[in-house]
Write a protein that binds this ligand. Structure first.
Ligand SMILES: Cc1cc2nc3c(=O)[nH]c(=O)nc-3n(C[C@H](O)[C@H](O)[C@H](O)COP(=O)(O)OP(=O)(O)OC[C@H]3O[C@@H](n4cnc5c(N)ncnc54)[C@H](O)[C@@H]3O)c2cc1C
Length: 257
C-alpha cells in the first residue's frame, strides 16, 4: 500500500464506527500457542475494506459495570465478508484468551473499530521489525506489504519452536526466531538480538511491538543511537506480564506523560 510522499508511518484515521456484532465462523490451530478465529456474518456488511494489521476491540460482558471489557487484537487477514484474528493462548487466562479457547462456531462477539494501521515506512532504505507472538499477526501483514527489494531483519520471539510460522518475506529480509517458553520474563531477549545485528547503511524504518518491559529496553536502545531520528521508529507495548489490559493501558498512558 503506497504511502503519501514524506509520510513515515501510515496511520489511517477514520470516524469512529459503531461496534458491530460478528459471528464466529470457524477456528484453526495455527501453531500450538496460536489460535485463529474467523469472524463474519451480517455485521461485516459495513466493515471497511483492507484493514489487515489494523486493530479491533473485542468486547466482553462485564459483571461489574455496564461498560464491556475491551481487548485489543489485530486483523491478521481480511476477505470479502470475513476477518481472521490470531490469538496467543496464554497461561494466565484473561477474558480474550479464554473466550478464544472455548468459543464455538455460531457464537457471537461485539467488535469495535477498526483503529488505525501502523505500517513500516516502505520508502526507507532498510527495515528492522521486532516483536513477540502478540505482534506476529501485525508483523506478518507488514512483511507481506514490503517492496520486493526490501532488505533488513525481522526478529520474532515465540513460545516454542513449533510456534514458528512460514512468513512471506522479500528475499533480503533475514528472519531470526527466538524461543522463550516464558513470555514477558526476559526483558532484554529481543534487544540482545538487535544488538548482534549489523546496522545497515541508510535510513531505517524500525517497527517494534512486544511486552512492556521489553519494549522499554528496546526504546531506550534506539533513542541512544547516534543520529537517531524518532520519526524512523514505531514502538508500542501490546501487553504487560502480570497485569490485565486495563492496567497495562494505565501504565502505557503514564509513559506518555
Ligand atoms: C494494538 C494491539 C494489537 C494486538 N494484537 C494482538 C493479536 O493480534 N493477537 C494477540 O494474541 N494479542 C494481541 N495483542 C495483545 C493482547 O491485547 C493482550 O495480550 C491482552 O492482554 C490479552 O487479553 P486477555 O483477556 O487474554 O488477558 P488479560 O485479561 O489482558 O490479562 C490476563 C493475564 O494474562 C497475561 N497475558 C496477557 N497477554 C499475554 C500474553 N500474550 N502472553 C502471556 N501472558 C499474557 C497478563 O499479563 C495478565 O496476567 C494486541 C495488543 C495491542 C495493543
Amino acid at each position: 500500500m503506497p504511502l503519501s510522499p514524506g509520510a513515515k508511518y501510515e496511520s489511517v484515521s477514520m470516524s469512529k464506527p459503531s461496534p458491530r456484532e460478528l459471528t464466529l465462523l470457524r477456528k484453526q490451530q495455527v501453531t500450538p500457542n496460536m489460535l485463529r478465529l474467523t469472524l463474519g456474518g451480517e455485521g461485516m456488511a459495513d466493515f471497511p475494506e483492507e484493514q489487515e494489521s489494523a486493530y479491533v476491540k473485542l468486547m466482553f460482558p462485564n459483571t461489574d459495570s455496564v461498560k464491556p471489557i475491551l481487548r485489543t487484537y489485530t486483523v491478521r487477514a481480511q476477505r470479502h465478508d470475513e476477518i481472521d484474528i490470531d490469538f496467543v493462548i496464554h497461561e494466565d487466562g484473561g477474558p480474550a484468551s479464554t473466550w478464544a479457547t472455548s468459543a464455538k462456531a455460531g457464537d457471537r462477539i461485539t467488535v469495535g473499530g477498526p483503529g488505525p494501521k501502523k505500517l513500516v515506512d516502505d520508502s526507507a532504505d532498510w527495515f528492522l521489525i521486532v516483536g513477540d507472538m502478540t505482534a506476529l499477526p501485525a508483523i506478518s501483514v507488514n512483511l507481506e506489504l514490503l517492496p520486493k527489494h526490501a532488505r533488513g531483519y525481522v526478529i520474532i520471539e515465540v513460545i516454542n519452536e513449533s510456534d514458528i510460522q512460514p512468513l512471506k518475506t522479500p528475499d533480503n529480509i533475514e528472519i531470526h526466531w527466538l524461543i522463550n517458553p516464558r513470555p514477558g520474563t526476559r526483558d532484554t531477549f529481543l534487544l540482545d538480538k538487535v544488538r548482534q545485528l549489523d546496522w545497515l547503511k541508510g535510513r531505517p524504518s524500525i517497527w517494534c511491538a512486544c511486552e512492556l518491559t521489553s519494549m522499554r529496553k528496546l526504546r531506550a536502545h534506539f533513542r541512544a543511537l547516534p543520529n537517531f531520528d524518532k520519526k524512523d521508529l514505531y514502538i508500542s507495548s501490546y501487553w504487560k506480564l502480570g497485569v490485565s489490559e486495563e492496567e497495562h493501558k494505565v501504565l502505557k498512558r503514564a509513559e506518555l506523560n
